[in-house]
Write a protein that binds this ligand. Structure first.
Ligand SMILES: [Zn+2]
Length: 471
């Protein structure tokens, strides 16, 4: 990236292919953009932007041959679980949850959460993410400290549970009221901090660990604070079966949530794999947003009815889930996997699949503007439009993985690798330039993470069987 600089805060990016993902899906073949402070001031043909703004610009960046995209939005990621990468591979779901993840999360300190979020953030930035929604983890203050430093935008939530079998000690005695008070305090301290980059949401880990009292209090508190609820919904058939049995409804989680008027347009439902047509209709009518996490779904949940949800006009976005469910925290990989598995799910009578299902334009929207709508931030992010925040990524397609390039949109979804992302700007500030993250010391984070993870597993008493034939 070549840049000329002076003391003005105005930045010009020119000579780029700009994929705006705006309401007309405009792509500028030789586009330019002017950025002032944290916002996009102008966007148009490169020559026009240069003519109007180059006299007052502080930095002029020539992006010849490169592609500009809105920053990706990862709508379901467990930043707390980054230090748990590799601790629960190839194990069944109950071992995964009760013997690996719960003991791990229950043993975390705030410092662990801070380091875990830093490590996760490094991977998110490299994959072009500028905004993420925390799925609900441990120690929001630790997450917030890391996000502030990383320069990312984030919606943070605490993992919240007030019931259920086998809960570890620190969470076992929390009442619904304790859960609400804890989150109100987090909201008061951290909401709208870090130059407006951090928002605090309410969390519900999942229905099997929530009383109806907690669900109702959460719904009402979200309304009172005008914030969003993040919840894992209908992940496995057993969840639906248990809800039918214990809450006396005819289908499962979504039917129960509909009956208690919990479904609202400020609910971000993660996974949402095991839903029937009536439940898709409930979600659609309420304006609930869905975070589709294709890699994690393939690993342990099943095929979510994404085409049906999109046909019902539900806003579906993309998430990576956590490191122990996926290992790769790259939204670039998720775009590729989402396109493949949703084509593969549409099997014709003759056994072939449907290559027209979930086309590249749809997948790209899921990672950008639908992500912004899912986190209720689309007035300011999700597309490259004048007046919105300058959250963007620069892609170098001149590599063996992307050449030749005939159609930018399909190449971005089917060919692009994380390694093609060279620079990332969030809130008008470069947080990665030429693949070097400028906000934190990555080498230091790697050392801290290795040490913290080892100590944490020891404290939690988690032993990973050694499957290597070490000689
Ligand atoms: Zn999750």
């Amino acid at each position: 990236m070549e840049a000329q600089r002076s003391s003005s805060s105005l930045i010009i990016l020119h000579n780029a292919t700009i994929v705006t993902v705006d309401s007309d899906s405009r792509v500028f073949r030789n586009g330019g953009m002017a950025i002032e402070h944290d916002k996009i001031k102008a966007i148009g043909q490169s020559g026009d932007i240069l003519a109007e703004f180059s006299g007052t610009a502080g930095e002029i960046v020539d992006l010849r041959g490169q592609i500009l995209l809105p920053g990706f939005i990862n709508t379901h990621v467990h930043t707390s679980q980054q230090l748990a990468r590799g601790i629960a591979d190839d194990v069944d779901l109950m071992t995964w949850l009760h013997h690996r993840i719960w003991p791990y999360e229950a043993s975390m300190t705030e410092e662990d959460s801070y380091i875990s979020t830093l490590l996760c953030g490094v991977e998110l930035i490299h994959s072009g993410v500028t905004c993420f929604a925390e799925a609900g983890g441990q120690h929001v203050p630790g997450m917030a400290r890391a996000v502030e430093l990383l320069g990312l935008r984030a919606c943070l939530a605490q993992s919240i549970m007030d019931s259920g079998d086998g809960l570890p000690e620190p969470w076992a005695n929390r009442t619904a009221e304790d859960c609400i008070q804890l989150q109100k305090e987090l909201y008061r301290k951290h909401h709208d901090t870090a130059d407006g980059r951090i928002r605090v949401w309410l969390g519900i880990r999942q229905i099997m660990n929530s009383t109806d009292d907690l669900l109702l209090k959460t719904r009402d508190t979200a309304r009172e604070l005008a914030t969003v609820i993040h919840m894992h919904v209908a992940e496995i058939p057993y969840e639906n079966q248990l809800i039918v049995k214990t809450r006396k409804v005819e289908h499962g989680t979504v039917t129960h949530l509909e009956k208690m008027e919990f479904l609202q347009n400020n609910l971000l439902a993660a996974h949402t794999v095991w839903v029937d047509n009536a439940e898709i209709d409930f979600l659609s009518r309420a304006g609930v947003k869905v975070s589709h996490c294709p890699a994690a779904a393939m690993r342990m949940l099943g095929f979510a009815p994404i085409r049906e949800m999109l046909d019902a006009s539900i806003c579906v976005s993309l998430g990576t889930d956590g490191a122990p469910s996926n290992n790769r925290m790259s939204i670039v990989d998720e775009m590729y996997v989402a396109s493949l598995i949703n084509k593969g799910r549409e099997v014709y009578a003759n056994g072939t699949t449907d290559p027209t299902a979930l086309p590249a334009e749809t997948v790209l929207k899921m990672a950008t503007i639908n992500g912004a709508k899912s986190v209720l931030w689309d007035k300011e992010i999700g597309s490259l439009v004048v007046g919105k925040k300058a959250d963007l990524v620069v892609i170098n397609p001149r590599t063996w993985s992307m050449v030749p390039l005939h159609d930018s949109i399909s190449s971005l979804v089917y060919c692009m690798r994380t390694e093609n992302i060279v620079s990332v700007m969030c809130n008008g500030r470069w947080i990665m330039k030429d693949k070097k993250i400028s906000t934190v010391n990555v080498e230091e984070i790697l050392s801290l993470a290795k040490e913290a993870s080892t100590q944490l597993l020891k404290r939690a008493g988690i032993r990973i069987p050694n499957r290597m034939n070490m000689v």
